[in-house]
Design a protein around this ligand. Structure first.
Ligand code: F6P
Length: 316
């Protein structure tokens, strides 16, 4: 029994923690573990190596992915995927865990239909996979964006400026709205809010009339050119304006506590599914709902027992 693991698409902090969890728990479940290097491209090129417990030591806290990643447009073609399937079959690998975003999931689904049992694990800073509340890497990227915006606020305040900052996320506004809330941004523009320049300028002017010394405007990528928006704001208000594109810095860095634990749990869960002979699934988490309950009921409830200990035994 063999399981291979790959990372694909944009790298995300926590991917290494997930690879570690997959390799270690696969071995603990009696599988041979394999790593595929450089995503689907490496799978097609046959870059597949046996991995032992120690090969994934010292990586839990590292950003990026030790397996490497890629985007392979031609993986949509059946003939290209067939080469990948043949490479796996030549090594008698019947199970594959694919860590990545929606493109990765589509590749995994197609391979699953071609006879390799596949499980998808959501790993992307964009948080743009609908089935899961959070993806591996999102909260670390969020921390990075927040740290950068906090720093921009320092200089923005000092110079009485309006800072327009572009945040990543592909077509999803989550990194923008979460970082906007967490940094107290005055204006957040995403696909969900829509882009209405006149309205944005009105909001800026209103903030100015309220006596705000400086302003932070967070804009999700692919919405508009932040440099041009900053120029428009400067022309139509009393603020000097500057634009900053945060860019790829958001993809790097050591994974947060949340991402390490989520990645570890998801990795173990994916292996458990394969150990039960189940393929064709995407792993998800749903957890952070906010609700309310009367005090008396809140206080008579016992603490929920944690199930984390059951993961711990599979991770060493
Ligand atoms: O999916 C992660 C992401 O960083 C997006 O936020 C961004 O739009 C895209 O990848 C950039 O892709 P690439 O690495 O191909 O330039």
């Amino acid at each position: 029994m063999k399981i291979a693991v790959l990372t694909s698409g944009g790298d995300a902090p926590g991917m290494n923690a997930c690879v570690r969890a997959v390799v270690r728990s696969a071995i603990n479940y009696g599988f041979e573990a394999y790593g595929v290097f450089d995503g689907y491209k490496g799978l097609v090129e046959g870059k597949i190596k046996r991995m032992e417990r120690n090969d994934v030591g010292q990586i839990l806290n590292r950003g990026g992915t030790i397996l490497g990643s890629s985007r392979l447009e031609s993986f949509k073609e059946k003939e290209v995927r067939q080469i990948a399937v043949n490479n796996l079959k030549a090594l008698e690998i019947e199970n594959l865990i694919c860590i990545g975003g929606d493109g990765t999931f589509r590749g995994a689904m197609a391979l699953n239909e071609m006879g390799i049992k596949c499980i998808g694990i959501p790993g992307t800073i964009d948080n743009d996979i609908a089935c899961t509340e959070f993806t591996i890497g999102f909260f670390t990227a969020l921390d990075t964006a927040i740290d950068a915006i906090d720093k921009l606020r320092d200089t923005s305040f000092s110079h009485q400026r309006c800072t327009v900052v572009e945040v990543m996320g592909r077509n999803c506004g989550d990194l923008s709205i979460f970082s906007g809330i967490a940094t107290g941004a005055e204006i957040v523009i995403t696909k969900d809010t829509g882009y209405n320049e006149a309205d944005i300028l009105k909001q800026v002017q209103k903030a100015e009339s309220m006596g705000k010394r400086h302003l932070i405007v967070v804009v999700a990528e692919h919405i508009t050119d932040v440099k041009i928006l900053a120029e428009k704001i400067q022309e139509n208000s009393g603020y000097e304006a500057r634009a900053t594109v945060l860019g790829y810095i958001q993809r790097g860095g050591t994974p947060s506590a949340f991402d390490r634990v989520l990645a570890s749990k998801m990795g173990v869960h994916a292996v458990e599914l394969l150990s039960e002979g189940k393929g064709g699934y995407a792993v998800y988490t749903k957890s952070l709902d906010v609700g309310h309950i009367e005090f008396d009921k809140a206080l008579i409830q016992e603490n929920k027992p944690s199930d984390l200990y059951k993961y711990l035994s599979k991770l060493n």
